[in-house]
Design a protein around this ligand. Structure first.
Ligand SMILES: Nc1ncnc2c1ncn2[C@@H]1O[C@H](COP(=O)(O)OP(=O)(O)OP(=O)(O)O)[C@@H](O)[C@H]1O
Ligand SMILES: [Mg+2]
Length: 233
């Protein structure tokens, strides 16, 4: 489905990722884990066309999409859920949903949103920026659903949210996965990410240090063994 091959990328002259390869098969979930500054967000930006790699190749559904812009990627079924959510704060919840919806399916999208998140149902006319952090993240996830993606790239969907909301976010991600959508997931809740993922890919200082079945890894142990970071119990 999504193949990132030998990606070297960064900002200006600064190289952040060196020769990184990741593969997200059809309908599978890959968790991309690593310490702060490892280059996770940068890799998701390359995957979704927000920045161009210096070298390497991006393939989506068998098509070479290296260097393509985000708009092109989204039309090919790749939906990027960025850190910071990517919603339009000054528009209403309803308009945010309509914007992301395929033409002609607007009311179905709004109905589906209201069903999955009753909390949003009563807030359709409120501006997205006036929602709580958790509600904004739910809106962002529902928008992701709305675009009928084949693959979703998610950057720290749980950032800054209360544990009970994080549970809800993971339930929604699981729902998205159950519909056959592939996911490339960056997440600080390592244990939850591993529970959802088929494959884990560990990134440290811009390089892949492990790729393998998610169920062979355990939460905190990862950081000591692969990243040399001690977690005090
Ligand atoms: N727009 C930018 N311009 C210049 N350097 C950047 C930019 N964005 C990120 N970087 C640098 O690239 C490196 C990797 O950043 P990145 O955001 O990819 O890390 P990350 O793994 O997502 O970290 P975190 O877990 O903190 O989100 C960091 O050293 C960061 O300072
Ligand atoms: Mg990041």
């Amino acid at each position: 489905m999504l193949e990132l091959e030998n990606i070297t990328a960064g900002y200006g002259d600064t190289v952040v990722l060196r020769d990184v390869s990741i593969s997200v098969p059809d309908g599978k979930v890959v968790a991309l884990l690593g310490p702060n500054g490892a280059g996770k967000t940068t890799l998701l930006r390359v995957a979704s066309g927000l920045i161009k790699s210096m070298s390497g190749r991006v393939e989506l559904n068998g098509e070479d999409v290296t260097g393509r812009r985000p708009y092109y990627m989204s039309r090919r079924g790749l939906c990027n859920l960025p850190e910071g959510r990517g919603i339009f704060p000054s528009l209403t919840v309803r308009d945010n949903l309509i914007l992301q919806s395929p033409k002609g399916k607007e009311s179905a999208t709004i109905e589906r949103a209201a069903e999955s998140f009753p909390a949003l149902a009563t807030r359709m006319k409120q501006t997205a920026g006036s929602l709580s952090g958790g509600e904004q993240q739910m809106l962002a996830l529902v928008r992701t659903f709305a675009s009928d993606p084949k693959i979703v790239v998610v950057d720290e969907a749980s950032l800054g949210l209360a544990p009970i909301i994080v549970d809800r976010i993971f339930e929604t991600l699981a729902q998205i996965v159950a519909t056959g959508v592939s996911v490339l997931l960056v997440e600080q809740y390592v244990t939850r990410a591993l529970a959802l993922a088929d494959t884990a890919c560990l990134l440290n200082r811009g390089q892949v240090v492990f790729t393998g079945p998610a169920n062979e890894l355990e939460g905190d142990e990862i950081f000591e063994r692969y990243f040399g970071i001690e977690i005090s119990a």
